[in-house]
Write a protein that binds this ligand. Structure first.
Ligand SMILES: [Zn+2]
Length: 229
């Protein structure tokens, strides 16, 4: 047990896995201090809104017997780091001798074929168009790979998670604002390692989706560039 500045006693959360980040702005842990953060709950969906008593119970429930004391999130991240990944898109997929997954290798082959034809002097607007699309596809693969690497290389903030949740809500519920303004709550709820795990899982989902519509998006970008130029 620990005593807060407000004098009330709350259970001391010992597990790194279960301990959220300290609330910002000098607020200490404890029900009284969470009262000051109640303003945040007014911006949350109804399902996430609860009073101080409920929050206190939620806090206590994190120390109930049977809850894991070990940080499995850290192990999860360690395993993610060890995986053998595609050099471009960084997905954990079977890769060839060139270090690319099947999806990226197809784009590479297509790009090299188009570049070879261009180098041989075959110049026409269709070839030029296809070459630009293939280059954009390659850039998109590498960009998604860099996003994945960034999740493990840098701390994942509550705002990062909010963006992922907003993207998910937009795609599935057609409501981008469903989790708008929840960055602080997400930051306090999940430990830095748990935030990395969540962001990584989101990245896996959206990265797979990006691979399905990569050609269409690349074509769209080239179309916009064509209009601009
Ligand atoms: Zn790949």
């Amino acid at each position: 047990m620990q005593t807060t500045t407000a004098g009330s006693q709350i259970p001391c959360v010992t597990s790194d896995l279960l301990r959220p980040e300290d609330p910002p702005h000098g607020m200490t842990r404890g029900p009284r201090n969470y009262e000051r953060s109640m303003l945040w709950t007014m911006r949350l969906p109804k399902a996430l809104c609860c009073d101080t008593k409920t929050l206190s119970l939620l806090w206590q429930s994190s120390t109930r017997p049977g809850m894991p004391e070990k940080s499995y999130a850290k192990e999860f991240i360690a395993d993610v780091r060890k995986a053998d990944r595609c050099d471009w898109c960084w997905r954990d997929a079977r890769k060839n001798r060139r270090g690319l997954c099947r999806h990226c290798n197809e784009i590479r082959k297509d790009l090299e074929r188009l570049e070879k034809r261009t180098a041989e002097g075959t110049v026409n607007f269709i070839l030029d168009w296809n070459l630009r699309v293939a280059r954009r596809e390659k850039e998109d693969c590498i960009a998604w790979g860099n996003i994945g690497r960034g999740i493990l290389d840098r701390p994942v903030s509550g705002l990062d998670l909010e963006h992922w949740f907003c993207d998910l809500a937009k795609r599935l519920a057609r409501d981008r604002k469903m989790h708008y303004g929840t960055a602080n709550i997400l930051g306090w709820t999940f430990t830095p390692e748990q935030r990395q795990v969540l962001a990584y899982l989101f990245w896996e989902i959206f990265g797979a989706e990006a691979s399905h519509n990569r050609k269409g998006r690349a074509t769209g970008r080239v179309s916009i560039e064509g209009v601009k130029s």
